[in-house]
Design a protein around this ligand. Structure first.
Ligand code: ZN
Length: 433
């Protein structure tokens, strides 16, 4: 597989500084940069649209924000870090004492050099986030001038969508969220990994068994808006991947889908084991990312997530220290390859039916009797003949190829390759759901 470390590094550096939120120009700029990698369709849902129990909020944009001391020095400046302003802060311009300012200030005492990340999407408010070190320099004897040049306007919520058509119309969902400003693991790692997954799928499009619905949405409201505007298609999906927090320095893990017995969970464990990676298993939880929406009763999509320093768990989570020292392109390239191995297996997980259910097929008549006899396939403990015989035994129109491969203790990709002649000779057929 292609080594994308160099390209990932370039896009990490370009996308990291952009001010993203649940709406706004920063999200569009992000999606336009991603269009250099894949032909994303950018869709706009208007502010005020009702989406299930939610309403798309006004669009938020910000030009400038700072706090000046009485000498006119900018002591906090949005130019230095876009995390300095609470996302969705309303405009403000006034002078005030520290006592008046204090309720609008947020800092992190445990990480005194970190700027925390805060939002106020649905409650109109304004505020600044600063390091505890900066906070400690503020004085009760000062008068501070506070300025936020932001705008809440009619406008829209932007999402990116790419539909990749495979041989079957049966879709897998791949979703990531684009709403976080300058933080690298949450959520930029997921955005970049998703873009390069899509690029690889497009390269291999002619061979894809399944179709892929790939979406770049602001978390929660974006996923809800996308579901509401694509309800029929989303209801038809059984499995998906929510890609996030996958490039940190810590341990790999995965969050299970809502049905822990669903094949996707075992398949992720297979990928970790094949790569000799020790991993943490996070059982499904109603907290988390957009699987909260996709797993809801109306959709019930089994969505799993491979993580490397999962959200909530790492010390730098939702702070300015979740930066490009914490997330490396090499780690992301590694995660990308794990996801591509997983998706390769998922893609081949079809249901077949043996069209000769009565007694054995006469393999020699169909030129299917292997000339090499019972020789084992490379890196397996099984022969081609046994894969063919067992597959014909199991292929009843209900059993998945993954289930068959588990019975044979053989990788699904090996089984998929070995049964191709059965398909070509119309001894088996693919059952389209
Ligand atoms: Zn987050």
């Amino acid at each position: 597989m292609t080594d994308y470390t160099h390209d990932i590094d370039i896009y990490l550096k370009r996308l990291f500084p952009i001010t993203r939120s649940i709406t706004g120009e920063g999200n569009r700029a992000t999606l336009r940069i991603l269009q250099e990698i894949i032909p994303l369709n950018i869709i706009e849902y208007p502010a005020g649209q009702h989406v299930y129990d939610w309403t798309i909020p006004k669009e938020w944009n910000i030009k400038e924000a700072w706090i000046k001391n009485s000498r006119g020095d900018k002591i906090i400046d949005f130019e230095v870090s876009n995390l300095h302003v609470i996302s969705y802060s309303a405009p403000v311009h006034r002078k005030m004492t520290l006592e008046e300012l204090r309720p609008h200030l947020h800092y992190h005492e445990v990480l005194p050099h970190a700027i925390p990340y805060r939002t106020s999407y649905y409650h109109e408010n304004w505020g600044f986030c600063l390091t505890y070190k900066q906070y400690e320099t503020l004085s009760s004897n000062e008068e501070y001038e506070v300025f936020i040049d932001s705008e809440l306007s009619e406008g829209s919520l932007s999402v990116g969508e790419l539909l990749i058509q495979g041989k079957s119309t049966k879709e897998y969902l791949i979703s990531c969220y684009i709403c976080h400003p300058s933080m690298a693991n949450d959520s930029l790692s997921g955005v970049i990994t998703t873009a390069f997954i899509a690029k690889e799928l497009l390269k291999n499009q002619g061979n894809l068994e399944h179709s892929y619905r790939i979406v770049f949405v602001p978390e929660t409201i974006g996923a809800i808006s996308y579901c509401a505007n694509n309800e029929k298609a989303m209801k038809a999906i059984d499995n998906g991947l929510v890609i996030t927090t996958c490039g940190g320095l810590g341990q790999y893990g995965y969050k299970q889908s809502w049905n822990k017995n669903d094949f996707i969970n075992q398949m992720i464990e297979d990928v970790f084991n094949e790569n000799k990676i020790n991993f943490i298993t996070y059982p499904f939880d109603i907290h988390g990312s957009d699987e909260r929406q996709y797993s809801s009763q109306g959709f019930k999509i089994n969505c799993a997530t491979i993580t490397k320093d999962r959200y909530y768990e790492y010390d730098y989570y939702h702070t300015s220290l979740d930066n490009l020292d914490f997330v490396t392109a090499a780690n992301l390239n590694w995660t990308l390859h794990l996801y591509l191995q997983l998706i390769d297996k998922m893609d081949k997980n079809l249901v077949y039916q043996n069209l000769y259910p009565h007694c054995e097929v006469m393999l020699s008549k169909h030129d299917l009797y292997p000339k090499t006899g019972g020789a084992l396939l490379p890196n397996t403990n099984i022969s081609s003949l046994d894969i063919i015989l067992w597959s014909l035994f199991y292929m009843d129109g209900n059993t998945t190829l993954y289930e068959i491969s588990k019975q044979l203790r053989t990788d699904i990709c090996v089984v998929y390759d070995q049964i191709k002649p059965l398909l070509d000779k119309q001894i088996i057929k693919i059952c389209d759901e």
